[in-house]
Design a protein around this ligand. Structure first.
Ligand SMILES: *Cc1c(COP(=O)(O)O)cnc(C)c1O
Length: 355
């Protein structure tokens, strides 16, 4: 028998979550964000399940080319644009929508082959301070791009830094409107958090990522409360059972010490599978459908769990690391991170099945 770990990806859940996006933003077109191997779910698989979206957005040009070659006919956007002139030719040949966020990319566009035409997302930095033109700089850039021979369709874009917390989007919307007010150009603004909380950001195109995969962008609202379904379930089994005596410790560093006799299970899942090594003792986990907790340090290929009160658990008992029945959001919170990181860390060695 193979090592029992596997990730089950639910195509129905992906479709369901896209419908939730539609319900929140009924008038906007949707770029389904499938960067980072579709947050670990597989680019081609996610694109197939999300075929009802109006476009796909990602970072990796190779994946975009793969999708075009596989017959994907809608808009395909590169969220950071191209990194060198050669990629611009590839983008032209495959009709990719490109983000333009800096002067270097503008120069590449100016130098593009005469016949090349692009759909462009002009990225405006309204306060995130990572990529994009400041509103002041954007005015000139915008004027230059409006009638640029290489630009077919121009869309204004920005990205929100605090749509998921109390600071909200108003401060960035204000900066964005300085540029966009009065313009007839289409706009593309909202990530998952803004889609769910700020209808005024929906505009013409939205860019959901995490919510498509069934996780919450918020610290204070669960995915379940948002009506989202987990698309990835990471599951494995108990491969050994130990009885600790009082005073005995488990795992590297012996960070967990039993104060009383304790039955523990060893699960075939470790940080080389994508489970966070920094998940502390007490991180939630499902054993045979019941909630339990991890013990001690996560190893490369296994982790340890508390079987107190779960006397039926034995070798072969199924374990859910996250997904159906236990949100990746909850595991991530226990480990001091966000579900995004867990999902996209799913290791290539974990077999994936479609469910
Ligand atoms: C990742 C990303 C998104 C999606 O964000 P979520 O929080 O996952 O919805 C949207 N826009 C850009 C530019 C991104 O990089």
């Amino acid at each position: 028998m193979p090592r029992p770990i596997k990730a089950a990806i639910s195509l129905d859940a992906l479709r369901h979550n896209l419908a939730v996006v539609r319900r929140h933003a009924p008038r906007a077109s949707v770029f389904a964000v499938i960067k980072a191997n579709a947050y670990g779910h597989g680019v081609l698989r996610a694109a197939r399940a999300l075929a009802g979206a109006d476009g796909i957005a990602l970072l990796e040009i190779d994946d975009a080319v793969r999708l075009r070659d596989a017959g994907f006919g809608k808009r395909l956007a590169l969220l950071q644009g191209v990194f060198e002139a050669a990629e611009l030719q590839v983008a032209a040949a495959h009709d990719l929508t490109i983000v333009i966020h800096n002067q270097e990319q503008l120069r590449m566009l100016d130098a593009a082959r005469d016949s090349a035409r692009f759909d462009v997302l002009l990225k405006i930095d309204t306060g995130m301070n990572r990529l994009g033109f400041t509103p002041r700089a954007a005015r000139d850039v915008l004027a230059g791009l409006k009638h640029h021979r290489a630009v077919r369709r121009l869309t204004l874009m920005t990205h929100f830094a605090t749509a998921d917390d109390a600071r909200g989007v108003a401060w960035q919307m204000q900066a964005f409107d300085e540029i966009a007010a009065g313009s007839k150009l289409q706009r593309c603004l909202a990530n998952s958090a803004a889609i769910l909380r700020y209808p005024e950001t929906h505009a013409d195109w939205v860019r959901p990522g995490i919510m498509l995969y069934g996780c919450t962008p918020f610290a204070d609202v669960t995915a379940e409360q948002l009506g989202l379904q987990p698309a990835m379930t990471l599951a494995s089994e108990i491969i050994a059972v130990r009885e600790l005596r009082p005073g005995e410790r488990i795992g590297y560093g012996g960070t967990f010490e039993a104060t009383q006799a304790k039955r523990v299970g060893i699960v075939a899942c470790g940080y080389a599978d994508g489970y966070p090594r920094h998940a502390p003792t007490g991180t939630p986990i499902l054993v045979g459908g019941r909630r339990a907790r991890t013990l001690g340090r996560v190893s490369m290929d296994m982790l340890c769990i508390d079987l107190s009160g779960i006397s039926t658990a034995q070798i072969g008992t199924p374990v859910t690391l996250w997904g159906e029945g236990l949100s990746a959001d909850e595991v991530a919170a226990a480990a001091g991170t966000v579900s995004y990181e867990l999902l996209c860390a799913l290791a290539p060695r974990v077999p994936v099945i479609e469910a």
